[in-house]
Design a protein around this ligand. Structure first.
Ligand code: URA
Length: 244
């Protein structure tokens, strides 16, 4: 819905309506990168990027949600004091602050969603919705039927049993096995620890699906914006509480 710029600024708590008009007249307000001095200017929140003194007005930035193929040896964070590569560094061409939806370990690669839509990001991570995540794990040896059964029915980690998981053998490579594991939780290093408990340490780990979103053939280090259809499906997971 289009609204007048000074009303939006006042609504965002920047200033009173009268003071907001003054900010506009003084040339301190930008809409989509251009200084705007006309008082009746109409804007749409969430579509038009509004800045005052070059600082973004909260809630006014267009919503951006992307999927990144996080490479191995990249931290899921915005900055690392030790100077290691970060996911924020990989997406720094996007001029809005993106937050990761959950995290992948330093050595884990694959699908990571990043968004500046704080509410969506928060909801997607909420245990209430139990969004499913699918991983390909290359483990040492060939897990016996009993080990697969334990992974499926739950493993006690930190004194609490993991929720039921879907586990299947996706392939074997001589002495190792590729497992496909789908979990609905997001505990710290969950897949690695589950596999270690049944005696099959993880050598490689890649996330290939997050709810309705698939990694597809995105190269490591590349990202893409989610399609309108994917956004709709993602929102459905949290709006209707359906399981992804
Ligand atoms: N499980 C893990 O062990 N590591 C990840 O990065 C994600 C899930």
């Amino acid at each position: 819905m289009a609204e007048r710029l000074h009303v939006v600024l006042a609504g965002a708590g920047i200033a009173s309506r009268r003071e907001a008009e003054k900010l506009i007249r003084e040339g301190r307000v930008k809409v989509n990168g251009k200084v705007v001095r006309r008082l009746g200017t109409q804007v749409v929140c969430g579509q038009d990027a509004i800045r005052v003194d070059n600082r973004p007005v909260r809630g006014s930035e267009p919503k951006v949600t992307i999927v990144l193929n996080k490479p191995k040896r990249v931290l899921t964070t915005s900055r690392d004091p030790r100077g290691r590569p970060t996911t924020a560094g990989l997406v720094n061409k996007i001029k809005t602050r993106l937050f990761p939806v959950g995290r992948l370990d330093y050595h884990t690669e694959g699908l990571l969603i990043l968004t500046n839509d704080g509410e969506l990001g928060h909801q997607l991570q909420h245990p209430r919705y139990g969004i499913s995540k699918t991983y390909r794990a290359k483990v040492k040896g060939l897990p016996a039927r009993e080990a697969l059964g334990r992974l499926r029915s739950g493993i006690v980690l930190d004194g609490r049993r993991t929720a039921p998981a879907q586990v299947r053998i996706a392939g074997t490579t001589g002495t190792n096995t590729w497992l496909e594991i789908t979990i609905r939780e997001g505990r710290n290093r969950q897949v690695r620890r589950m596999c270690a408990v049944v005696g099959h340490s993880v050598m490689k780990l890649k996330r290939i699906r997050y709810g309705p979103i698939r990694l597809g053939n995105l190269n490591p280090g590349s990202y893409r914006t989610l399609t309108a259809r994917e956004m709709k499906e993602l929102r459905k997971c949290v709006n209707e509480g359906t399981l992804g």
